[in-house]
Design a protein around this ligand. Structure first.
Ligand SMILES: Cc1ncc(C[n+]2csc(CCOP(=O)(O)OP(=O)(O)O)c2C)c(N)n1
Length: 580
């Protein structure tokens, strides 16, 4: 409503350029920021974007980080934009765009591109591979995004921009827009109502009814169903509906590793993580005992199935995905997951609860919960352990907290945490680019300053993208970083060890001080005992004017037992000999 008024009132008084049109659309879809690295192909565009005060420009140290910062922002705000220069910038950002695709996040990558007169002219331009053909970046972007356009004329810019933003928002996938450097400032049409871009697409009514009936028949035919929540539940906008579905059905609910925090952990039906041998206590057993699984928006890959050893599939699994349902050899598409779940909620409203798995879980679940066991640690002058770090993070988690857990043992540490309702965990398990978490936490923190942000990152991962801590310092973001210095790539050690898993040690705490230069308020602390860790956590909580990095020094082989067994399964899957 407000946005519509904003468009009308502005459009009566001001004219638009391609760049201000784009800025208007970005702010209309709810972006208060966009991320950028400057380059001569995008400078005019950046000027145009700056003219819109409601969508602030936020700078990054490099384009890979810029893409990941946008990816993190999209996790907090539902969408994001990153602006980069041609080839040298965009190619780095495209890695993060691949990540946004894998993680189902609508990140719009915007690249400045050559002067429109240079297309087809035979001119060779800087930053390119030295051939007078400038389509190859667009062609690559088409593979990694759901919609990609090149704008070389202001005339068709509005519909091209709208097409990319609309498709990205609907599909929850990244989009790509390149704008010729001499076109960004050209006059352009006034934006129409934003509802044309963000309008809701309805489920096909007949298919929806048929899908609901098929799932209901599947559930009715089984005595002991269990619900498994997958990581695409958020992208499917089905988190609220899946809670209602769990309430109506009354059976156990587990989350997959990548979906940690996508279902409230204080819900009476919630049992923990299902992840093969890395499952929470009792969860693998209850999934062995169940006679049917309703899998909601899962991603079953080699990692999430623990090297294909814990892969729910076959006739006893109903798949309720983002816009397709597959059950009992029937398939229904063009339906929204939340509509399917709401239909099932109505169907089960008056029926007796299917709670056999809840009763059984109560029987098999050990009372010696390893999470509680781990939190009861003693603050002492003894050598710091992995469990101490896990406990320190657990102690900081509030309903307003988001924990970013980087690829590595941080995944398995965070699986053990107990989350109050409202707390979130962010993981990048499908793409799994180490170093993702530093810029992604930065972007997320820009987009949700009201929350507490905690980052758990290994030393190996940190070395890829460390410089983005400087942007946290620049914007005074009080992110608390637990950097686990275990002297190497421990997760890789558990999969397959060799000299390539040893890394050069850094003085990580000093790195933060270096980023401070003359004006930063970041803190860097190095701890080797649990007592020092407790003290450092107090310093971190008190530092509200910048990030605090706590370098936690632990032995190389101090990792979770889940990592060890998961790593063994993944190694076996990797080692399968070629089929004859
Ligand atoms: C960009 C990229 N390069 C390489 C890898 C392979 N890789 C996966 S995990 C990992 C090591 C992570 O080590 P660290 O951050 O120290 O965490 P730890 O395992 O010690 O907990 C590597 C190299 C990757 N996932 N992404």
């Amino acid at each position: 409503m407000i946005e519509g008024f904003f468009v009308r009132s502005r459009s009566m008084h001001m004219s638009y350029t391609v760049g201000t049109y784009l800025a208007e659309r970005l702010s209309q879809i709810g972006l208060k920021h966009h991320f950028a690295v400057a380059g001569d192909y995008n400078l005019v565009l950046l000027d145009q974007l700056l003219k819109n005060p409601s969508c602030e420009q936020v700078y990054c140290c490099n384009e890979l980080n810029c893409g990941f910062a946008a990816e993190g922002y999209a996790r907090a705000n539902g969408a994001a934009a990153a602006v980069v220069t041609f080839n040298v910038g965009a190619f780095s950002a495209l890695n993060a765009v691949g990540g946004a695709n894998a993680e189902n996040l609508p990140v719009i990558l915007i690249s400045g591109s050559p002067n429109s007169n240079d297309y087809g002219s035979g001119h060779i331009l800087h930053h390119t591979i030295g051939i007078p053909d400038y389509d190859y970046q667009l062609e690559i972007a088409k593979k990694l995004t759901c919609a990609a356009v090149s704008i070389t004329s202001a005339h068709d810019a509005p519909e091209k921009i709208d097409h990319v933003i609309r498709t990205a928002l609907r599909e929850k996938k990244p989009g790509y827009i390149e704008i010729a450097c001499n076109v960004a400032g050209q006059p352009c049409a006034v934006p129409g109502p934003i509802s044309a871009v963000i309008g809701h697409v309805s489920s096909d009514p007949a298919t929806l009814q048929a899908a609901i009936a098929a799932v209901a028949a599947f559930v009715d035919a089984h005595e002991k169903p269990a619900v498994l929540i997958g990581s695409k539940t958020r992208a499917s906008e089905a988190e609220a509906a899946s809670i209602k579905f769990a309430d109506a059905l009354g059976c156990v609910v587990a989350t997959m590793g990548a979906a940690k925090s996508f279902f409230p952990e204080d819900h009476p039906s919630y049992v923990g993580t299902f992840w093969g041998s890395a499952s929470s206590p009792g969860v693998r057993e209850i999934f062995d005992w169940t006679d049917s699984i309703i899998a909601i928006a899962p991603i079953f890959n080699d990692y999430s199935t623990e090297g294909w050893t814990a892969w729910p599939k076959g006739p006893n699994v109903a798949l309720l995905d983002k816009d397709v349902v597959k059950v009992s050899d029937r398939s229904f598409d063009n339906i929204a997951l939340s509509d399917v779940l709401e239909g099932l909620v109505a169907y089960y409203a008056e029926k007796p609860k299917k709670d056999a798995t809840v009763v059984e879980f109560g029987r098999i679940h050990s009372t010696s919960d390893r999470i509680d066991a781990d939190i009861a640690y003693e603050v002492a002058e003894t050598k710091l352990t992995r469990a101490d770090i896990q406990s320190a993070v657990q102690g900081l988690v509030t309903p307003e907290t988001t924990i970013f857990a980087e690829t590595g043992d941080s995944w398995f540490n965070v699986m053990r945490m107990k989350l109050p309702r409202g707390a979130r965990v962010e993981l990048e398990m499908q793409w799994g680019h180490i170093g993702w978490s530093v810029p992604a936490t930065f972007g997320y923190a820009v987009g949700s300053p009201e929350r507490r942000h905690i980052l758990m990152v290994g030393d190996g991962s940190f070395q890829l993208t460390a410089q983005e801590v400087a942007q946290m310092t620049r914007r005074k973001l009080p992110v608390i970083i637990f950097l686990i210095n275990n002297a190497g790539y421990t997760i890789e050690v558990e999969i397959h060890d060799g000299p390539y898993n040893n890394i050069k040690n850094w003085d990580y705490a000093a790195v933060v001080e270096a980023f401070n230069a003359q004006d930063g308020k970041g803190r860097g602390l190095r701890v080797t005992t649990s007592a020092e860790l407790a003290e450092a956590v107090n310093v971190a909580v008190a530092n509200t004017e910048g990030p605090t990095l706590i370098e936690c020094v632990i032995p190389r082989d101090d990792c979770t037992s889940e990592l060890i067994s998961w790593g063994r399964h993944v190694a076996s899957a990797n080692a399968r000999p070629p089929a004859q």
